[in-house]
Design a protein around this ligand. Sequence first.
Ligand code: GLA
Length: 397
Amino acid sequence: MVRTSARGRAETAEAATPEAVTEAFVQQLGHDPVGVWAAPGRVNLIGEHTDYNDGFVMPFALAEQVVVAAAPREDGRWGVRSLNRRQTVTFGPQDLVPGRVEGWAAYVAGVVWALAEAGHTVQGADLVLTSDVPVGAGLSSSAALECAVLTALVDLSGLEVAPLDRARIARRCENAYVGAPTGLLDQAASTLCEADNALFLDCRSADHRQVPLDLSSVGLELLVLDTKTPHSHVTSEYGDRRRTCDEAAKILGVAALRDVSLDDLDDALSRLPDDVMRRRVRHVVTEDARVLEAVEVADDGRLADLAPLLDASHTSMRDDFEITVPTVDLAVETARAAGAHGARMTGGGFGGCIIALVPVGSADEVGRAVAAAFDEAGYGAPAWFLGVPSAGARRLV
Ligand code: GLA
């Protein structure tokens, strides 16, 4: 894999390559794998916390990915080796019950369980995997794991599963086996994205299409900066936001907040009982509108016009949805002051990464400015790399 930046994370993480997993597979199992598969992490360009409100999202897949070497095994069980964790976990059909396999291997057992639940017969397999998607950074390392494993198992078992169904099955694993109440964004991005494009996804109809994202055509590149802020309470805060949105939709008499248009927003807000709920709704409704505008801007090739939309999205997440934290806000403000044209937090929130649209060649300079501001504020060092729109889940070898 081509590393896109010489700075930050790229210096510390080992690239996830087919060679690394193939070599480890042969060492561990004494024979060649049948193939090697990969699925990427993602950056969400815009459209945060809109997916579970039946709204719109616009992610792209990163070059950072999970790579899996795999081959069938005869005893009908699944053996999974994680090179990152230096652990092997084995499970059998009796473990295909939510909660039975825990930790990172739950994302593997959950995929087998979700495929079986969708009516597919999954054959036993040995899998050796590695990842260079930063974990806990809001870049969907877990969706990358689910989608890489799913792609490998679907091929090994000779199953016919349409791309969108793959994303839905991987999401089912996350929701019901692992127990995280997330929307379709991450698994759809990891499965459906194509190189050089962002994905425009309507999370209600699941209609989707590619949107060309050649930032260099307008002299820009996209910095991804990991604030390395631990996500404490992220699951409970996420669930809390979901509940408030669902409650608000009920009060407003709509199926989901997606059904409130910008024109109806003031009227809708006046019918809600408290200020917190009003601000949550305002974020979701304005964020959906920003995604639609971002798609229009990209379709017109006016990619520099994404900048004010990123900025407005960040303000909305900070003030209305209240999912940013001081490190993230400082990173965004510093990036802008250092020359970024627009910047926002990306992902579920409460830490993780920011993205910043910066002039070509200036990502490292902006990253260094944020590192200096973090140092001055007493925060730990951030890491950064260039976000390059890359391919979704696929077979590599
Ligand atoms: C997490 C979830 C997604 C989505 C985002 C917020 O990444 O997994 O489903 O809700 O947060 O946009």
